[in-house]
Design a protein around this ligand. Structure first.
Ligand code: 1OR
Ligand code: 1OR
Length: 382
């Protein structure tokens, strides 16, 4: 077990990855005996060392070369039935987007409701106007009744779903015949069913409606034609960034994927203002490239530099954690690249990093006292 407070024991990335790989594999195959399966799994893993493992890790991009080859997956993760799904090879780089467009006509009212429902869907973030239009055209409404199963774990993927209304529970069964465990509840917003379509895997969880509700669905082909390429590109693009930010190590693979979907690239030129002290906060930033100067206007009225944030660092989280105006200003130093995370996605996705951020904020306070003599010289940051 890791003991972060001691600072001595660290969890190597490889351990994390291998254990995750094993867990997913076990959950998908659902063999009876864990130990027996583990012996077999790790033996195979050792034999296949030189070959690549199909990864559902870190930022989540499965290795594209693996996706596009006809080779057997090196790890016993896909059963025979799953291999047939796996054989539907896809290489986002080759995709020429020549599929037939599907259009479900909609009333103005429906269109409005749909637009509202998809507004916050992370996977749709990187779409341009035209792609977004195609997505809206391709979605169809599906009314569901309380108790209805939308997705069953282990099935092949058919649709991707965006929630308009209703409450939905997600369950995962860890062993065959075992009682599925409740892992998540969706309440009136969000989306599900993307994993099986993105990774050509069986459904990873069961989704059941708790109340009557309304969903917007998109078929597998349309999902893959429009979203696969851009989602892969984005996940790939942010894989390195997410790996380079120490704080984000606290996130699980699935959470990192969602984070990659949510990040938005922003560039700034030398001296440009990114955050203004006293403003309302709309999100936080990760530094992908370059550095950022943090300044505070103290009681004297002078603007003083108090900090520099470099590649792999983050800023602008304080106001989101404290729900106060910006405590400081931030300026670009040279030409820089940032990734922006809006407040809504922050609250949904960075819960697991909250402790680390709070610890860092304690540090701000100590520094504040050191630099300004006392905390009272400057507005309270909490
Ligand atoms: P899918 O196509 O596999 C089931 O169909 C959906 O449940 C899945 O896509 C996700 O959209 C959704 N792990 C895997 N899938 C999840 C999870 C989840 N939660 C929701 N889905 N975990 C819970 C994370 C809070 C990890 C459980 C081990
Ligand atoms: P924010 O949302 O308030 C400004 O917007 C950001 O500057 C803030 O979040 C932090 O992410 C970042 N005190 C306050 N904010 C700081 C500090 C800081 N450093 C970076 N930020 N101090 C410097 C500690 C070394 C203490 C003040 C002397």
């Amino acid at each position: 077990m890791s003991r972060p407070e001691s600072g001595k024991i660290t969890v190597p990335d490889e351990l994390r990855e291998v254990l995750l790989e094993f867990t997913i594999s076990y959950l998908l195959e659902q063999p009876g005996d864990v130990v027996e399966y583990a012996v077999e799994f790790f033996q195979k893993l050792k034999e296949n060392r030189s070959t690549q493992i199909i990864r559902l890790d870190t930022a989540g991009s499965p290795d594209e070369s693996v996706i596009s080859t006809e080779e057997e997956p090196p790890v016993a993760r896909f059963s025979t039935r799953r291999k047939s799904v796996f054989a539907e090879a896809y290489n986002p780089e080759d995709d020429e987007d020549d599929g037939e467009k599907v259009i479900y006509p909609k009333s103005d009212g429906q269109r409005q409701r749909l637009a509202d429902s998809v507004k916050h869907i992370l996977l749709f973030r990187s779409l341009d106007k035209e792609q977004m239009q195609d997505v809206l055209d391709a979605m169809f409404e599906k009314k569901v009744a309380a108790g209805e199963y939308i997705i069953r774990q282990g099935d092949d993927g058919d649709n991707f779903y965006v929630i308009e209304s209703g409450i939905y529970n997600a369950y995962v069964a860890t062993e065959p015949g075992a009682e599925p465990k409740h892992i998540h509840t969706y309440e009136n917003n969000g989306s599900f069913g993307e994993l099986a379509l993105l990774y050509n895997m069986p459904r990873a969880a069961t989704i059941q409606a708790v109340t009557d509700g309304s969903l917007w669905a998109m078929d597998r082909q349309t999902f893959r034609r429009i979203l696969l390429k851009s989602a892969f590109k984005k996940r790939k693009m942010y894989e390195t960034l997410i790996e380079s930010v120490p704080m984000l190590k606290a996130l699980q693979a699935y959470e990192r994927m969602n984070l990659a979907d949510a990040l938005v690239p922003r560039s700034y030129t030398d001296g440009e203002l990114i955050i203004k002290q006293g403003d309302q906060a709309d999100g936080m930033y990760f530094v992908e490239d370059g550095s950022v100067k943090i300044t505070i206007v103290g009681d004297s009225g002078h603007e003083v530099e108090i900090n520099r944030i470099n590649k792999g660092g983050y800023f602008g989280e304080l106001a989101l954690v404290t729900h106060k105006p910006r405590a400081a200003s931030a300026y670009a130093v040279g030409q820089i690249k940032l990734a922006f995370l809006d407040v809504e996605a922050f609250e949904r996705l960075l819960g697991p990093c909250m402790e680390i951020m709070k610890r860092n904020i304690d540090d701000y306070e100590d520094q504040l006292i050191r630099i300004f003599g006392s905390k009272s010289n400057i507005s309270d940051i909490r």
